[in-house]
Design a protein around this ligand. Structure first.
Ligand code: BG6
Length: 488
């Protein structure tokens, strides 16, 4: 949306929901406190619940208070709360949307943020279109999941497209708002020395881990239908893979970047029934101990037996010139021993070692470790001479060269931002570089549907793993089969 006017109002559907309360209102507040929202910008929250504006504002104040380190800034809160309004309405009906429209006042470029079930996307879009709210400069923001498979995803995208042209559709993957994911773009394309090494001549393999200590808990009605493959891998993890694997885009324009990501997704080798057992693992947590606390198994939370996986590990191969022969190992799970989101680029070893004696065994291959969570850090692990002298010749030691974002930056830009802050600001400005295009989401589903179909055809059900462990034993076998190991 080049030259689009700034959004002047956000309408937040699902305003009383978990995402809005935990992430979206705090993000809007922090943007406001840092001076990113224009004076006339308004926020209209809507949900079905009938609630007075004052009660709603108080609810928002309490949730933001919890997140704001050092408490709420009085002036910032006064400014922010004055922007807020609440409408209790059924947004799938013409009458509901008319009530919302009345609360919006005058506007030029409204932004509609659908933090609601995707099954409602089509009907809400239709109602917005019917009431004349989908004006040429409007934008629609869609939360994941966009469907449960390619078929349902296409159906949702088609319903949305009847009202909003693709350049006005912003599909959010909040991982793209994380600082380190954007830093990956800077690391790869703002430095000269990585790019010549970024291929199958120098890189042995890549690992992407998204480990969570949390369980599914009372989110099971949603989760049980999706599982780890559809909840995490189809979107967040494939997006990380794309940023690692894509070719250098011509520039940072939305389509330049997204064209490159789609090419990666199209190059993913489809899974077959024959290789799915060797190249993927499904798991489900049973009772165990996480962080010193005894926790329940998934089936106890769910209240009945379930075939949904809470852990998935798989080997993905990208069939193109750059990555031929370089496996990407992906794993994600709930109730793992630690919270860790990490990309590990494992380089090949030196072609010939000149080091004899004990130093021979010291030699390990270089790694580039990109930590997204809990801390943001980038480390280049290099070999170094161990200090001192020894009778047995030189000894070697691997040492990390760290680009700790926490240590490197201080001052107003050092606060760790909520990923949604960056993304909401981008929607206000009409910049969709960090949003997922329709063909991209559908291509990701095509590949993920292939994994799910291969699981179904070969009757692969989730293997149990104790909460607090790193998943079923098969996850280790998966990577060890190629004489590699998960990065600790
Ligand atoms: C969401 C998933 O998209 O991402 C959740 O639905 C998951 O299941 C969450 O817990 C993880 O996000 P983050 O930013 O905490 O890593």
């Amino acid at each position: 949306m080049a030259d689009a006017p700034l959004s002047d109002v956000i309408v937040l559907f699902g305003g009383t929901g978990d995402l809005a309360q935990r992430m979206l209102f705090p993000s809007l507040y922090f943007l406001d406190a840092d001076g990113f929202l224009a004076p006339e910008f308004r926020i209209v929250a809507t949900a079905r619940a009938d609630m007075a504006r004052d009660a709603f504002v108080e609810q928002v104040r309490e949730t933001i208070q919890k997140r704001a380190e050092g408490g709420l800034d009085k002036a910032a809160w006064a400014r922010f709360s004055a922007r807020l309004d609440y409408v209790g309405a059924d947004a799938t009906t013409a009458a509901g949307v008319e009530a919302i429209k009345a609360a919006m006042g005058a506007f030029k470029a409204p932004m509609f943020f659908l933090a609601i079930s995707p099954s409602l996307f089509g009907r809400v879009c239709k109602a917005l279109g019917g009431s004349g709210l989908a004006v040429p400069d409007s934008r629609i923001v869609l939360e994941k999941p966009i469907g449960r498979d390619l078929h349902s995803s296409k159906a949702i995208n088609a319903q949305v497209a009847e009202v909003f042209s693709e350049d006005r559709v912003f599909r959010i993957d909040h991982y793209l708002g994380k600082e380190t994911v954007q830093n990956l773009i800077a690391l790869r394309f703002a430095n000269t020395f990585f790019e010549p090494l970024w291929n199958n001549l120098t890189i042995d393999h890549v690992q992407i881990t998204v480990a969570e200590t949390e369980g599914v808990g009372d989110r099971w009605p949603y989760y049980d239908e999706y599982g780890a493959l559809r909840d995490m891998l189809q979107n967040h993890m494939l997006q990380l893979l794309c940023f690692v694997a894509m070719e250098p885009p011509a520039d940072m324009e939305p389509d330049s970047v997204r064209n490159e990501k789609v090419k990666v997704l199209r190059s993913l080798r489809p899974f077959t029934r024959a290789d799915v057992q060797a190249n993927s693992v499904r798991g489900q947590y049973t009772p165990g101990v996480v962080g010193g606390q005894q926790v329940a198994g998934y089936e106890a939370e769910r209240g009945q037996k379930s075939d949904t996986e809470t852990f998935v590990a798989l080997r993905a191969d990208i069939d193109n010139w750059r990555w031929a022969g370089v496996p990407f190992f992906l794993r994600t799970g709930k109730r793992l021993p630690e919270r860790r989101t990490q990309i590990a680029i494992q380089f090949k070893g030196v072609p010939h070692s000149i080091f004899g004696g004990a130093a021979k065994a010291d030699l390990v291959a270089n790694q580039l470790i990109i930590d997204l969570q809990p801390d943001e850090d980038i480390e280049l692990v290099l070999m170094n001479k161990a200090p001192g002298i020894s009778q047995d010749g030189m000894r070697l030691q691997s040492l990390p060269l760290s680009l700790s974002l926490l240590k490197a930056y201080s001052g107003p830009n050092a606060r760790r931002r909520i990923a949604y802050e960056r993304l909401i600001l981008d929607v206000i400005h009409g910049n969709s570089t960090l949003f997922v295009r329709r063909d991209e989401v559908e291509q990701a589903w095509t590949w993920v549907d292939g994994v799910a179909a291969a699981w179904a055809e070969s009757g692969m059900t989730p293997k149990p793993y104790a909460a607090g462990s790193w998943g079923p034993a098969g996850a280790f076998a998966l990577i060890e089969r190629s004489e590699r190991a998960w990065h600790d």
